[in-house]
Design a protein around this ligand. Structure first.
Ligand SMILES: [Zn+2]
Length: 207
């Protein structure tokens, strides 16, 4: 029996970018869904190899159930593709893809969890125990559950966004109604530069 971290903590954007992922600190399912760049043709897979897969899961370690081990690249990619499909369908307000839903539900069902009210020196604490025959199922199940929590929650669905930069396919969950960009330092900065240029573009009178 293993314990989930309390409370789960998300990686910082800096840590994600250092590890080679442009977006980080979103819900686990969104961070995983953002490991594929769908605006390029063909799409660019940021989980290019086993090493990138290890970097992704290591980055997420603080919010993974205790005792987890790195899943295979193929299992990670299969779940990532299914999650990305569900998030894209949610954004497009279309019926969720049946096969993708089946994959995500199947991965979520591969572990069992129980809740316990635990007495501690600082009061009652809610502790969740995760059980899996295969420890590599734990991180996948955590990501699948994160996806289910988003697509079944009206408030999360309303806050799910795609970056306002048409050349960017990154998704995020908006905690601030003014947020339009996946990241302030990549797409947000690009927009600021463009706005600055438009404001200061020389007019005919200046020439
Ligand atoms: Zn972006």
């Amino acid at each position: 029996m293993v314990r989930s971290p309390t409370p789960p903590t998300t990686p910082s954007l800096d840590a994600a970018q250092l590890a080679g992922f442009p977006v980080g600190g979103e819900p686990l399912a969104v961070d995983l869904g953002d490991t594929i760049v769908t605006v390029s043709d063909p799409p660019t897979d940021l989980l290019a190899d086993r090493e990138a897969c290890e970097r992704f899961w290591a980055l997420q370690h603080a919010r993974l159930p205790e005792g987890w081990q790195v899943p295979s690249l193929s299992a990670t990619r299969e779940l990532r593709d299914a999650i990305r499909q569900l998030l894209d369908d949610t954004l497009a307000k279309v019926r969720l893809d049946f096969r993708a839903l089946e994959i995500v539900n199947g991965v979520s069902a591969s572990v069992s969890t129980t809740l316990e009210a635990s007495q501690t020196n600082t009061g009652l604490q809610r502790v969740e125990h995760w059980q899996a025959a295969d420890p590599t199922a734990l991180p996948l199940a955590a990501a699948a559950r994160s996806a289910i929590e988003i697509v079944t929650d009206t408030a999360s669905v309303e806050r799910l966004r795609r970056c306002a930069n048409p050349d960017c396919s990154m998704l995020f969950v908006n905690g601030d109604s003014r947020r339009q960009w996946c990241t302030p330092n990549i797409c947000g900065n690009r927009a600021r530069v463009a706005r600055h240029y438009h404001r200061h573009r020389p007019t005919e009178a200046d020439l």
